[in-house]
Design a protein around this ligand. Structure first.
Ligand code: ASP
Ligand code: MG
Length: 473
């Protein structure tokens, strides 16, 4: 659709009546110039609250469940009271109460079963976005905009991997044409729930935590949007985390690949899967700050004009390294690794890095700390015979590590760069535990001792002059 703009507002940009007013104003301004589709996250911390409620229900903690339900209702009723008045307020209050009742019905089921089936959980957590979409649409209507809240269940079609579903782009494109396009053509502003979808047979799914960015990019591709603007609470994609580095800068442009690598390696500004649907149609994305909308933000595009080289450094502190080693050289490390990967793929644990040494055929996997116990359990159970018979040394876990990643297009072509990076880290006396350059030429991932992680990030940021280079452009 020519000149369609998709705008996505994250949790902090929807976090209160005040924030919803700002978001609505930003959308309204654009709507006066071109067609717009809005995608919203739940109000900040609401998804956590919903998940906590479901967990408490599983554990039978009725008191905590009741307190959470009250908090859920109060937060949205308070915002509605500040945004609306008269019959519009009454209508919105009823709709909020209905959604809270729906959530509470699922929570009750979970409490009775003492277990939350994944699809029930997905149906329940998606209610956070329904509540925020409702508030924003109602507020826009009050401002005279023909806005309509749309549940993405009616539009985004996914596979049945509950909690981390993947869109089926063909059926999604058809549904977007049927459900959203007519609204847009009539001048209506759809306010679509982020984060959720449904299987082809209509079972509710979600796209993984932080998945509203992904929803917005899926819809941008399905509707062939001209641009996607992602509104957050930071100025854009930065050369490093400002909580770690004293002088980071906002990058004015990055490539899809750089943005994806940064997101996969711990930069929180974008959901890692966001870029994939946009590549084919080359739809540009802006990462912008709704708390400072006058700032330009970062533009994410297929190619950039900036010279190649390291542009940003990210880090992840909550990771652990799982090391495995055959007990003797006669045992095939390759086969063991194959078995290990098989076991890991049966859990949903994501491998952040894999390294191996051919000499002792040992290998290690880096995983998120929250996924560690699941990963180790899967490995130990599927390799229990090898462990029992002593073919495999006991699996070793080191959770005193951190991952950092240096990212930039064309880095591989820069001679001596890896050496400079390692020297900068060693100068700080930080122990390098593993290195994974992988096959992507734009990332060097380094596992270091946890206590040296921040120091190493600062050392690399300054050695590569990332802040200065970004400011110069
Ligand atoms: N509300 C969901 C979450 O917190 C999705 C999102 O905000 O992107 O994970
Ligand atoms: Mg987010």
């Amino acid at each position: 659709m020519k000149n369609l703009l998709v705008m996505k507002f994250g949790g902090t940009s929807m976090g209160s009546a005040e924030r919803i007013k700002t978001a609505s104003k930003l959308a309204h301004e654009q709507l006066e110039q071109r067609p717009v589709v809005v995608v919203v996250s739940a109000m900040s911390k609401i998804t956590d609250l919903l998940l906590d409620t479901l967990r408490r229900a599983e554990g039978g903690d009725s008191e905590a469940v009741e307190a959470n339900l009250r908090q859920l209702a109060e937060r949205h009723l308070l915002a509605a009271g500040e945004l609306l008045s008269g019959p519009a307020l009454d209508e919105c209050v009823n709709a909020i109460e209905d959604l809270v009742a729906e959530f509470s019905r699922i929570v009750n089921g979970v409490r009775l079963l003492a277990e939350g089936p994944p699809r029930a959980i997905d149906e329940a957590v998606a209610i956070g976005e329904q509540l925020s979409a409702l508030l924003m649409a109602a507020h826009l209507q009050k401002k005279g905009v023909r806005a309509k809240a749309v549940n993405a269940r009616e539009v985004i079609v996914t596979d049945a991997v509950f909690g981390n579903a993947t869109p089926l782009m063909g059926p999604t494109t058809e549904k977007a044409a049927r459900v959203l396009r007519p609204l847009v053509n009539e001048g209506v502003l759809p306010v679509v729930t982020g984060f959720n979808g449904a299987t082809p047979d209509g079972r509710p799914t979600t796209l993984g935590r932080g998945g509203s960015d992904f929803s917005a990019s899926i819809l941008s591709a399905a509707l062939d949007a001209e641009e996607l603007w992602i509104w957050t609470d930071v100025d854009g994609i930065m050369t490093a985390d400002p909580r770690i580095v004293p002088d980071p800068a906002v990058l004015d442009e990055v490539t899809y690949r750089e943005a994806a690598e940064l997101a996969y390696n711990g930069a929180k500004v974008l959901h890692p899967r966001t870029l994939a649907p946009l590549v084919e149609r080359q739809i540009p994305v802006w990462s912008k700050n709704s708390f400072a909308p006058e700032k330009p933000g970062t533009k994410i595009v297929p190619e950039v004009k900036t010279p190649p080289g390291p542009r940003a450094v990210t880090s992840m502190a909550k990771v652990a390294l799982i090391s495995m080693e055959p007990a003797s050289a006669e045992i095939s490390g390759t086969r063991l690794m194959g078995r290990a990967l098989d076991a890991l793929s049966s859990t949903s644990a994501e491998l952040l890095a894999i390294t191996s040494s051919s000499y002792r055929q040992s290998f290690c996997f880096l995983v998120r700390k929250e996924e560690l116990s699941r990963a180790v359990e899967a490995l130990e159970s599927s390799l229990s015979l090898e462990l029992a018979h002593g073919y495999l040394k006991p699996i070793d876990v080191d959770d005193n590590v951190g991952l950092l990643a240096v990212v930039g297009e064309g880095m591989r072509g820069a001679p001596g760069l890896a050496g400079r990076i390692f020297t900068a880290i060693s100068r700080e006396k930080v122990n390098i535990i593993a290195i994974a350059q992988g096959s992507s030429e734009l990332t060097i991932a380094i596992v270091v001792a946890r206590e040296g992680l921040d120091k190493a990030v600062r050392a690399i940021h300054s050695e590569c002059k990332m802040g200065e280079l970004a400011r110069r452009h």
